[in-house]
Design a protein around this ligand. Structure first.
Ligand SMILES: [Zn+2]
Ligand SMILES: [Zn+2]
Length: 356
């Protein structure tokens, strides 16, 4: 039996609603010859981690047994399976935290984020990455260029989410884009849209400090909605930002009902809308506007083929500086305090260092 002082695989665990603890768990083993064993270096805290911690569930995903939290991680390879050809011990990687079945129709289409047999870190019943060690197949690990830090590596997860959302919008060079919600994913959507050639990127939020940050980070303009109808807000946005007949693309990264409504009104005829934010299960939105404008409406969930690769490329080429989103780093032992801070809205991204 392990003694209290001996730590093999120190893990940060959600024990139940609003209750977290550290626990020494067995080191995961390489069971498939294509797997690699990673030592986790940094993990960012995500809204979904906070949600599981506070409510014990997200939709139909219910935490029944204690579960390791975390899924936005970078790590270093410590061991490789017999068949691994692309990675070696010591390689620094961004860790894609959801492994699909590889056999179903959606997987074969390349839409593996829609696989019904997805094993995703920190989505019950699967353990997350806030542990010393984690095992992944080699093709779910993305080697970081030498000049990209492990801290930046932990930001590849939300960036891959933003890449996927922005691709769903079918954005074209020169398009005007409105992004609702200036949290981490919204901010990254602004940056991705810009790198994909957007001529205007308007960030919308109800908190001025977030708008100030968005302006400095990637948005070309910002908009603070007023307590008027969504149509009036949309009209003012078009006027203030010279959007002509309306925006070409609108992305929701807020999940808020007024954002969804305003987006429908701010788009031009034939414009494109992507739902990336997760808010309430149902909302009222002007479906007639969507019909008459012939809007192209898409959902977006996690990431799929090519998204992580593109995220690493965008950071490696210097097109997107994710370092600016890192508010601070804390030691593994301070994980709970870091969760409290993010819940209280302090900072954009807090990174938790891996156990030493
Ligand atoms: Zn996340
Ligand atoms: Zn599948």
């Amino acid at each position: 039996m392990a003694t209290q002082t001996e730590t093999k695989n120190n893990s940060f665990i959600l024990a139940g609603e609003k209750s977290v603890k550290f626990e020494d768990r067995p080191i995961p083993s390489i069971s498939d010859p294509h797997d690699v064993l990673l030592q986790v270096n940094y993990t960012g805290i995500c809204g979904s981690d906070i949600h599981y911690w506070q409510h014990g569930r997200i939709g139909h995903y219910v935490v029944k047994d204690p579960m390791v939290l975390g899924h936005e991680s970078s790590g270093t390879v410590v061991a490789v399976g017999d068949q691994v050809t692309t990675l070696k011990k010591g390689d620094r990687v961004a860790m894609e935290p959801g492994v699909c079945c590889r056999r179903c129709v959606r997987c074969k289409e390349g839409l593996y984020n829609l696989c019904l047999d997805m094993k995703f870190a920190a989505t019950p019943p699967y353990d997350g990455t806030l542990a010393k060690y984690y095992v992944l197949p080699e093709d779910f690990c993305y080697r970081l260029p030498d000049h990209v830090s492990l801290q930046e590596g932990a930001l590849m997860e939300p960036l891959a989410v933003a890449v996927h959302i922005t691709k769903q919008s079918r954005i074209r060079n020169g398009d005007s884009v409105v992004v609702f919600g200036a949290g981490p994913v919204g901010l990254l959507c602004c940056a991705v849209a810009k790198s994909f050639g957007a001529s205007k990127v308007i960030a919308v939020d109800i908190q001025q400090p977030r708008l100030d940050f968005a302006k400095e980070f990637a948005a070309t303009g910002v908009f603070m909605p007023e307590k008027v109808s969504s149509q009036e807000n949309a009209e003012r946005m078009v006027k203030e930002h010279d959007l002509g007949l309306g925006a070409d693309v609108a992305i929701d990264a807020s999940g808020a009902e007024p954002s969804v409504q305003t987006a429908m009104h701010v788009l031009r005829n034939g414009g494109s809308y992507v739902q990336g934010g997760m808010g309430r299960d149902e909302c009222t939105f002007p479906i007639m506007v969507a019909c008459l404008k012939e809007l192209k409406i898409s959902g977006s969930f996690r990431y799929s083929e090519g998204d992580y690769r593109d995220a690493v490329q965008l950071v490696g080429s210097g097109k997107i500086d994710v370092k600016k989103l890192i508010t601070r780093e804390v030691a593994f032992e301070e994980a709970e305090q870091a969760f409290e801070d993010i819940k209280a809205g302090k900072g954009i991204k807090v990174l938790i260092g891996g156990p030493k």
